[in-house]
Design a protein around this ligand. Structure first.
Ligand code: SF4
Length: 253
């Protein structure tokens, strides 16, 4: 098994991302520790027990620390990044003050680099909380994970914490006025590339009607054995099929 080193600070990058261009990552989770409501079979940070909420977890960076670091980074960079992206060691919306941080970062962006977009890479598990939904609505690009179109496949691929259900996720996604979906496609013993899992995913996409769907596959060996990355041609063919079927732009990365 090969895993990426966890982020050790609030900021990382800017990294060159195929989807986001030059992106400055903002990690709202504790340093060097993964905290997530999912335990995806392909997680680049390896496996860790999924948690239902922040609960008794400690070590989240304070709001002021995040804002000072973002402000300093923007001032120091010679050219503003294309994106400020909430991502990092787990699910960003688990930060107990996620809404305040989103509001603060957007204010900083408006003042210092109005051409930069603000995005989140979220696993969609917490949209049903009204304050999280409101914060997600403020972002230029809420990029929300949907790897499964049915509860069984969600359970197999994402292994969510107790209380995180497929129904709540889809209801939450459907309530966002603007939405970009990102889906990790895997094959092997557990898969969403073919058959019923694929059909259910296509049906759910059509129901949600996002602005765009980004599909990709694991770039490196994944956390669990038996999970395989999908060949480029198969990914591209799925993107074509999904676009034709739903009328939504679907891009393979
Ligand atoms: S949602 Fe992201 S951070 Fe959480 S387990 Fe899945 S891949 Fe890892």
């Amino acid at each position: 098994m090969s895993v990426l080193e966890l982020q050790r600070d609030v900021l990382y990058g800017p990294v060159n991302s195929r989807r986001l261009g030059r992106s400055l990552g903002i990690n709202l989770l504790p340093a060097s520790r993964k905290i997530c409501t999912f335990d995806c079979i392909y997680c680049q940070y390896g496996s860790a027990e999924a948690v239902s909420g922040a609960g008794k977890q400690t070590g989240f960076p304070p709001v002021d620390t995040v804002l000072v670091k973002v402000h300093e980074a923007i001032k120091t960079l010679q050219t503003p990044p294309d994106y400020l992206t909430f991502s990092g060691n787990g699910e960003p919306t688990l930060h107990p003050e996620f809404p305040q941080i989103v509001a603060g970062v957007i204010r900083l962006r408006d003042r210092a680099c109005p051409g930069t977009r603000v995005a989140v890479l979220s696993n969609s598990s917490r949209i049903h909380h009204p304050e999280i939904k409101k914060a997600l609505e403020q972002l230029d690009d809420p990029i929300m994970k949907l790897d499964a179109g049915d509860p069984v496949t969600l359970g197999q691929i994402s292994r969510p914490a107790p209380g995180v259900t497929f129904e709540k996720i889809v209801e939450g996604l459907a309530s966002l006025p603007r939405l970009i979906i990102q889906s990790m496609i895997v094959s092997g013993e557990i898969q969403n590339l073919e058959g019923e899992p694929r059909e259910a995913w296509l049906t759910t996409l059509a129901r949600l009607s996002p602005e765009e769907v980004q599909i990709y596959t694991a770039e490196r060996p994944v956390a669990e054995s038996g999970v395989e990355r999908v060949p480029k041609e198969a990914l591209e063919s799925l993107a074509c099929r999904a676009s034709e079927r739903t009328g939504i732009p679907v891009r393979a990365y």
